[in-house]
Design a protein around this ligand. Structure first.
Ligand code: SF4
Length: 280
């Protein structure tokens, strides 16, 4: 059994929050550069250049990439031989979030209660999804999630007979309705199957995948290609000013489903597609 203290995890998470808040990951930067090459609209090209410049200024000056520093959403791979000492894993991650958002001057955006609450003042509680793994490794993935893009999420309990065409119609319509609101070019996470809540998690988890890496399942990978093409044909373009780059990538994750159910979820990320990983 490997013992890891709450404090050690909190320190790693603190650095992770600051890194994610300031430094756009290399895969997102590359995707923005690639799309600038292909973008057909001159205004679209100009906006993509501004987004890249914004990322450069944030990294050099150690400033947040966006004023919305997001809900701290974690996917944690927790080995069965890891023992957290001095508190729970939640204590550790929330403490790291608290330190990271405080020391990094990242905006605190979380309120205590959805209707009657005031700001918690430290960007906690975090959202934590735990995936149980074998061994003694603890790997923490963080994707701070802005409210503007999160608000464009959709879930639909479709009919099993809706099939592939039903998924395509639902996803394309969700992106069309979102329009400029999620700060395009976007990354589209799609979950298919499972239950209502697991499907939504799949759509979120899809956003943690390195940008543009195809799904392992060949059927899903094919669907990703078609969805990307269809979404980019909508012409929403960078920041909604029109153009051929509405999305940088579409990622699809799937899970088995009940014979009577066919859930499909869409979770959209903005151009500030922040996601970072640390091994503790
Ligand atoms: S959607 Fe993204 S880029 Fe737009 S305001 Fe929110 S965090 Fe910032």
């Amino acid at each position: 059994m490997r013992e890891i203290t709450v404090d050690k995890i909190a320190e790693k998470v603190k650095d992770l929050c600051i890194d994610a808040g300031y430094n756009l990951p290399a895969d997102t930067v590359q995707a923005l550069k690639d799309s600038r090459e292909k973008e057909e609209s001159p205004v679209g090209k100009q906006i993509l250049s501004s987004l890249l410049e914004n990322a450069e200024i944030a990294a050099q000056g150690e400033y947040p990439l966006c004023q919305d520093c997001g809900f701290a959403v974690y996917v944690v791979e927790l080995g069965n031989d890891v023992h957290v000492t001095g508190g729970s894993l939640r204590d550790a991650i929330d403490e790291g979030t608290r330190r990271g958002y405080d020391e990094g001057y990242l905006r605190k955006s979380i309120v205590v209660h959805p209707v009657v609450g005031k700001n918690t003042g430290d960007n906690t509680p975090s959202i934590i999804h735990i995936i149980s793994t074998k061994g003694d490794e603890l790997v923490i993935h963080l994707a701070p999630k802005g409210g503007g893009s999160e608000n464009m999420s959709r879930i639909k309990m479709m009919k099993p007979a809706d099939g592939r065409d039903g998924i395509i119609d639902f996803v394309v319509e969700a992106v069309r309705e979102a329009g400029p609101n999620p700060c395009p070019p976007i990354v589209v996470g799609v979950g298919i199957g499972g239950t209502f809540e697991h499907c939504a998690f799949l759509a979120k988890k899809a956003l943690f995948r390195p940008l543009g890496r195809p799904a392992e399942d060949p059927w899903n990978a094919e669907l990703e290609k078609e969805l990307l093409e269809r979404v980019n044909k909508l012409g929403i373009g960078p920041m909604g000013y029109g153009g051929s780059t509405t999305a940088l990538a579409v990622h699809v994750e799937s899970f088995g489903r009940h014979i009577a159910s066919f859930p499909c979820a869409v979770n959209i990320n903005c151009h500030s597609a922040r996601h970072k990983t640390v091994e503790v």
